[in-house]
Design a protein around this ligand. Structure first.
Ligand code: AMP
Length: 476
């Protein structure tokens, strides 16, 4: 990755990593009743820790660096105070001039952009503020019409936003708040030059919020360049997965992994657990192949990867959310930012090459305090990747023993794995080795509140189709 941001020590205005005050509620933020009403309608009464800590700082006008894991409720942590802060500009006038872009949220992927936009639409639905999303890979026409009609909260992926700026459809001269969401991923994806070009067009007198799952040196440099004495808010150990995620490794030879998945799902069914899962693969080809193979095995599967058109991805995601698909086979880029409340299970068909991606992957489960299982199918050739992951997470993962008599592969002689690990047997025999997972208890929000019914079943009730947001001035 090219990084031209100068390296200077980051001045940190304040750091907060403590738990939120007990019994804090959304009413304590002093948000406008129109916003509070929308929050209540979502079924949320207790802020998550990132919300409890970040919202007051954002309302006070501070720049902010938020180290928040996926699924911590970070979207509302910035969307709610943004709406509050720009509410004074809300206008019922139809004139585009009365609806300039006041808040800009940049995200690495279209999926995340859509989800942030859905949140912005939900939380602003009782106001006259407008929210819209623009991203690449789809026709520009609808987006142009939306931008021309005026929008206060714009969520965008960097490349497409620059296209709209280039054709003078988007104007950032009245932006007051800028959010860099999943900034680590934007840098990983090489968006730094695009970010620099965009930020240069935003007035210096702005408030800047940066959210990242991890605070790498590159992120700190980015913050140093574009944030002013930021408050740093950390709600989870850096580079750690949610404590509510139960992680298990099964040593399985590559050729047996697909069958292992089938057995895992069968075992979950026997235990009365949801079969809904996301299965991560490393390549587009592998993703498509695995999805087809699972379908042949009678599992309702769908693939989501970079070769799929936006329309196909949307259809698959909607089918998954409605429960028509039970196994969503995905690559990292396609899955980044997917918001599936209380995803009960994530399966790593292969370990990712980048250890940080593992944290993002398993962050698809255990969101907002609910419980989840993260299962990694690891073969001998992946041990180095497993070592990297454990080093990053600063913990050893539990390798579950295989049944007696299973045929085994020969562990690599160069293996540095601890001898106490049970990593020998790989091939499966029936009955499958799968050890039952404990059924999750009623999910709790990380601040202790029981979260809404929707989250207990693990399937999001029908949301408006993503397509409805396109071009989208959208109110739910
Ligand atoms: P996020 O980290 O923004 O992707 O949010 C993860 C999930 O938590 C989403 O499904 C949100 O709708 C949900 N969520 C956000 N805030 C709360 C809250 N205060 N209580 C319970 N769930 C929440």
């Amino acid at each position: 990755m090219t990084n031209t941001v100068p390296e200077i020590d980051l001045p940190i205005g304040a750091t907060e990593s403590s738990a939120p005050p007990a019994a804090m509620t959304f009413a304590d933020f002093g948000l406008d009743p129109k916003i509070q009403k929308a929050v209540s309608e979502q079924g949320y009464s207790i802020p998550t820790p990132i919300q409890a800590q970040a919202i007051p700082h954002v309302l006070a006008g501070s720049d902010l660096m938020g180290a928040a894991q996926t699924g911590t409720g970070k979207t509302a942590a910035f969307v709610l105070p943004i709406i509050q802060k720009i509410l004074r500009h809300a206008s019922s006038s139809a004139s585009p001039a009365r609806h300039p872009i006041r808040a800009l949220v940049l995200t690495p992927t279209r999926e995340l952009a859509v989800q942030v936009a859905e949140n912005a639409a939900s939380y602003s639905k009782h106001t006259d503020l407008r929210a819209a999303v623009v991203y690449g890979g789809v026709d520009m026409k609808e987006q142009v019409a939306t931008l021309r009609s005026g929008v206060e909260i714009l969520i965008a992926t960097p490349g497409r936003l620059l296209d709209h700026i280039g054709s003078k459809v988007a104007n950032l001269s009245q932006v007051e708040i800028l959010v860099l969401d999943e900034a680590d991923r934007m840098l990983d994806m090489g968006f730094l030059p695009d970010l620099q070009r965009i930020i240069d067009l935003i007035p210096a007198q702005r408030q800047t919020l940066l959210f990242s799952a991890t605070f790498s040196p590159e992120i700190k440099k980015l913050a140093q360049s574009y944030l002013r004495t930021p408050v740093t808010v950390e709600v989870a150990r850096q580079n750690a997965a949610a404590d509510t995620v139960k992680q298990v490794v099964h040593m399985v030879a590559s050729a047996d992994k697909q069958r292992a998945i089938v057995k895992v799902l069968e075992a979950r069914t026997r235990q009365g657990l949801s079969r809904q899962c996301i299965i991560f693969t490393n390549s587009r080809l592998g993703c498509a192949k695995l999805s087809r193979a699972l379908e042949r095995d009678g599992i309702k599967a769908g693939a989501i990867h970079g070769d799929k058109s936006q329309g196909e991805r949307t259809l698959t995601l909607d089918a998954f959310k409605s429960g028509a698909i039970e196994a969503l086979v995905a690559t990292d880029v396609a899955a980044r930012g997917l918001d599936i409340p209380s995803m009960p299970c994530v399966i790593n068909h292969e370990l990712p090459y980048n250890a940080e991606d593992f944290i993002h992957r398993i962050g698809r489960t255990g969101r907002a305090g609910s419980k989840g299982d993260a299962i990694a199918l690891v073969d001998a050739s992946e041990k180095r990747l497993l070592d990297d992951i454990e080093r990053l997470m600063k913990r050893k993962l539990d390798v579950q023993p295989l049944p007696e008599g299973s045929p085994s592969y020969s562990p690599s002689p160069a293996s540095s794995r601890s001898s106490s690990r049970s990593d020998a047997p790989a091939k499966m025999s029936d009955p499958f080795f799968y050890k039952p997972y404990e059924p999750s208890a009623a999910p709790q929000s990380s601040s202790g509140a029981t979260i809404s019914e929707e989250k207990k079943v693990g399937i999001t009730p029908a949301r408006p189709a993503v397509g409805a947001l396109l071009g989208g001035f959208k109110k739910k």
